[in-house]
Design a binder for this molecule. Structure first.
Ligand code: HEM
Length: 403
């Protein structure tokens, strides 16, 4: 481990401070500094990878040498042993059970729900007025996940209330110092449990109509999977759509083209997820000692890979800060080295909802842009909030008018 080079620490706690204050910039700087960086934070050994082949190795070819990072291990208390947080052999078994729901052929049956819910959203929009992108897109993705996976009308406000609290708690329990804070403030200890109970009550009401009900799962497992899909299935997509609306509002030419040209719309969404990959950081922990390039990584090392930093790396993208959907038409994704662009992760733990999210985003954006014109949002550089997911750090208000 000592052989792996890393940035020089100028004062104790420097890396911790950078990671908590502005992790996006920190990861971007590390990526441009060296392909492999070791940083030590207290007892934690962290290796940050910014070389596509090594990222591919950890996520795909050597995946069995790694488990999920510590953050997600802690959030098991909230999500139980759902797909996102479980490990083998349970993970493999559950992935096999759930995979058929997310196969492209089955997803076609969700198309009407994607369309209906987007139309319903648009009926609420004014002829001319201002929308809060994040509020609207969260409502849309929440209603979509409820209708598609739970097949029935849910009380969105009730679900949203429980979800909001869950997401806040999720953020809290994933903080690096949470376990320590919990020891000092025993009141915190009950929070994940209380939130879980509230979510359980909401889920109990809607599980009977669920698609998952037809799968072979014990009821405890079913609840964990339902909760996981609910959480993982709406937040990331909501933020991605929010950023897409924002970017298109500020790029009228691109917006016009998106409304008419599906291939261009897809490029614009690829470009949105390049600039704002809502899963901005992916972590693993090594189980055994592993070779990564010229370095030997000891067991129990935290390995971090940042889609955000890779997607803005000047070695792989020209003018990386610019929103230019055309780049995806000029250089298709398949021509990029693997491990450069990975908004949905990779390997056995690749996002199970990737195709679901694509269809949902393509249909949603097409209908929005065919029915509404977005005037420029007046925020020129949105603040970003990198928590569990990458969210806008400020309200993005977009003036809209019916087309
Ligand atoms: C733009 C939208 C989305 C993005 C950017 C995204 C991103 C990701 C990423 C990067 C991972 C892998 C994390 C890791 O390797 O540690 C992941 C896993 C996962 N995602 Fe998504 N996701 C999105 C939408 C969805 C949707 C719509 C669903 C469900 C309907 C979903 C459900 C899941 C689940 C269950 C996992 C865990 C898979 C496993 O470990 O087997 N995601 N997602």
């Amino acid at each position: 481990m000592s052989k792996i080079p890393g940035p020089h620490r100028r004062y104790p706690g420097e890396f911790f401070l950078k990671l908590t204050r502005d992790p996006l910039t920190f990861f971007e700087q590390l990526a441009q500094r060296a392909p492999v960086n070791a940083i030590k934070m207290g007892p934690l050994q962290i290796v940050v990878l910014s070389q596509p082949e090594l990222i591919q190795q950890v996520l795909v070819s050597d995946a069995s040498n790694y488990v999920k990072g510590r953050g997600l291990e802690v959030s098991r208390r909230l999500l139980g042993q759902g797909l996102l947080t479980s490990e083998n052999p349970l993970h493999k078994q559950q992935r096999q059970i759930l995979q058929p729901i997310f196969k492209p052929r089955n997803l076609e049956s969700f198309r009407p729900a994607f369309e209906q819910q987007t139309h319903r959203l648009l009926r609420r929009w004014p002829e001319r007025g201002v929308i809060s992108a994040s509020t609207e897109m969260t409502r849309l993705t929440l209603e979509i996940i409820a209708q598609t996976l739970f097949g029935q009308e849910v009380d969105v406000d009730e679900v949203r209330g429980a979800m909001d609290e869950a997401v806040k708690t999720f953020r809290l329990v994933a903080l690096p110092f949470y376990e320590w804070a919990e020891r000092l403030l025993p009141a915190l200890r009950h929070r994940p449990q209380r939130v879980r109970q509230r979510l359980d009550r909401v889920l109990e009401g809607i599980l009977p109509g669920s698609l998952l009900q037809g799968t072979e799962m014990a009821s405890e497992q079913l609840r964990d999977e339902a909760m996981t899909l609910f959480l993982a299935g709406h937040e990331t997509t909501a933020h991605a759509l929010t950023f897409a609306l924002y970017l298109l509002s500020r790029h009228p030419e691109a917006q016009r083209r998106c409304a008419q040209d599906e291939a261009y719309l897809q490029a614009a969404l690829l470009e949105t997820l390049r600039l704002y990959p809502t899963a901005w950081i992916i972590g693993r922990r090594s189980l055994t000692s592993c070779q990564l390039g010229e370095y030997q990584i000891p067991p129990n090392t935290t390995v971090l890979m940042s889609p955000f930093a890779m997607h803005r790396h000047p070695d792989y993208f020209l003018q990386p800060e610019r929103f230019r959907p055309e780049r995806w038409l000029e250089t298709p994704r398949s021509r990029l080295p693997k491990g450069v662009y990975f908004p949905f992760g990779g390997g056995p733990r690749v996002c199970i909802g990737e195709h679901f999210a694509w269809l949902e985003m393509l249909i949603g954006m097409r209908l929005i842009l065919q029915n509404y014109w977005l005037e420029p949002c007046d925020v020129s550089r949105p603040k970003l909030r990198p928590a569990i997911t990458l969210a806008p750090g400020q309200e993005l208000l977009i003036p809209v008018r019916a087309a």
